[in-house]
Design a binder for this molecule. Structure first.
Ligand code: KIV
Length: 272
């Protein structure tokens, strides 16, 4: 599907909430740069997440912790310049909101002012509720993120499924209710049992968007480079690959190298 002028209508925080009410699933993907964000937007995605997974995917870090607020603003502003229809949500990076609510608000304001993004996403539950409330007082929409929260990887120790045990599942349900009560417009649930995710989605009126959280939620999000098969050594169970771009790019570049070495490229038509 390609978005035509007739079905062009900007996606807003209100429209994703309306999608939940209407039972229409919400599609969300990451993007970090102008070129791919433009393709993603024109392909009809509802929400583009400028994720702090840019730390892994774009910069090659092992975790999401090193990416800075300035770097997130750089990625987000590149994405915003390409997007005409999708709602653009930008991750607040590690260290830019956990200190106190004032710091959280000034980080969120910088994202909105300097990148032109439409909303921010923060990881965590009740422990960051003051920050969420303060950001919301400035009219900045907030998306929550519970379950596997990669910014806390050194606390968890692994990237395995979260909230399998009763106590953690109960805490997640409580956190989700608090995030909705505080005013979050939507919530991401990452890598938790499908049954629990469905229960949360059924009990909240805001949209719940899952990654590795099963089919019973209101929408799905994936990292674009995973979906395209560029991160070919990463194959969690929840990932469906729609392309094997790693192999395609690899083959194209090998062919180019061969053509240069064999004097085949450029030919007479490819020169002035
Ligand atoms: O940073 C990111 O890509 C994310 C998604 C995995 C939800 O937070």
């Amino acid at each position: 599907m390609s978005v035509s002028k007739s079905d062009f209508k900007k996606v807003t925080t209100n429209s994703v909430q309306e999608m939940k009410r209407q039972g229409e699933k919400i599609s969300m993907l990451t993007a970090y740069d102008f070129t791919l964000a433009g393709i993603v937007d024109k392909s009809g995605i509802d929400v583009i997440l400028v994720g702090d997974s840019a730390s892994n995917v774009m910069a090659g870090h092992e975790t999401t912790l090193p990416i800075t607020l300035d770097q997130m603003i750089y990625h987000a502003s590149s994405v915003v310049r390409a997007v005409q229809r999708a709602l653009v949500v930008v991750d607040l990076p590690f260290g830019s909101y956990q200190g106190n609510s004032k710091e959280a608000l000034s980080s969120a304001i910088r994202i909105m002012k300097e990148s032109g993004g439409h909303a921010v996403k923060l990881e965590g539950g009740v422990e960051i509720i003051d920050s969420i409330k303060r950001i919301l007082t400035a009219g900045i929409p907030v998306m929550g993120h519970l379950g596997l929260t990669p910014q806390s990887i050194y606390k968890f120790g692994t990237y395995t499924v979260r909230a399998k045990k009763e106590a953690e599942a109960e805490k997640l349900i409580e956190d989700a209710k608090e995030l909705e009560k505080a005013g979050c417009f939507a919530l991401v649930l990452e890598k938790i049992p499908a049954e629990l995710a469905q229960k949360v989605a059924e009990n909240l009126s805001i949209p719940v968007i899952g990654i590795g959280a099963g089919a019973g939620v209101d929408g799905q999000v994936l990292v674009l480079h995973d979906l395209l098969g560029m991160t070919h050594e990463f194959h969690p169970r929840f990932l469906r690959r729609y392309l094997d771009l790693y192999t395609l790019i690899n083959g194209a570049i090998q062919q180019y190298v061969e053509d240069v070495k064999s004097h085949d490229f450029p030919n007479e038509k490819e020169q002035y």
